[in-house]
Write a protein that binds this ligand. Sequence first.
Ligand code: PTJ
Length: 243
Amino acid sequence: MIPPSHPRYRSLMKREHLAHCAKNGIVSLEGLTAHGRGEAFDYLIGERTMDSALLAERTSAALLLSARQPVISVNGNTAALAAPQIAALQKACGAKVEVNLFHWTPSRVLAIEDLLRNAGSQVFSGTYEQLLPLPHDRAWCRRDGMYSADVVLVPLEDGDRCGALAEMGKTVIAIDLNPLSRTARTANLTIVDELTRALPQITRACTELTQSERDHLITSLDNHYLLTEAIREMTMRLSHALD
Ligand code: PTJ
C-alpha cells in the first residue's frame, strides 16, 4: 500500500499501475524501462509543462485540426497511462485512433484496442498489413488509417518509425520527454512534456484556437527552436537546482 501522504504518491501510483499493466500484457516489459527514462527527464524539467512545450501543444492542436486525416497512434504505455485523455482528444480533433506496437502480437493489439474502447475512444481497427517501410513489427498498420494519414501524433515513439512516417511525407508530432532522442529530432513537431500533461493541453487548445491563431501557429512552426528552448529551460533549471 502506498499512503497518499507519500511525497511521491502520484509517481509511485503510476509505476504500480504500469507494473499491473505489464502483468496483464498491455505494457511491454521494455515499456517499463522506457517509462523510467521518461521519469528521469521529467525530473529535469521539474515535472511541469515548460513554455516551449505549451507552444508545441498549441501548434499540435492546430496541425490536428487542419489535417485531412489525422491519426493518433497508440502503443502500450500510452494506452495504460492515458486512455481517457486519448478519447477526449479524439472527440476534440476528430482523429482516428489506431494501435501501433513495437512488441507486436495480435492479442496485445486486441487487448489495447479493448482498453481504449472502454475508455471512450472509437478505435480504428480491422485488417492490418505490413505497409510502413520498416524491418520490424511497427510496419503493421491499416491502409485507411495510419498509412493514408497526413498528420500522425506519436506519443513515446521510437526514432525508426518516426523517420519512416516523415519520409512518407506525413507530418509527425511526437510527445517525448527526451529532447535529444532521435524521435524528438526527426519529428516535424516535438512536444517535450509528460504524456498525461500534454494530451489535455492539446485537447484544450483544440477547443480554444481561432482559425487565424491556427494559421499563425502552423506557419511559424520551428521544431529546432522548440527543442533548443526545451534544452535551455532544462539547463536553466539544472543550474539553479540546489539554490
Ligand atoms: O508498447 P510497445 O510494444 O509499442 O513498446 C513501446 C515502447 C515505449 C517500449 C517503445 O516505444 C520504446 O522502446 O520507446 P523508447 O525508444 O524507449 O522511447 C520512449 C521515449 O519516450 C523515451 O525518450 C522516454 O524519455 C519518453 N517517455 C517515456 N515515458 C514518457 C515519455 N515521454 C512522455 N511522457 C511519458 N510518460
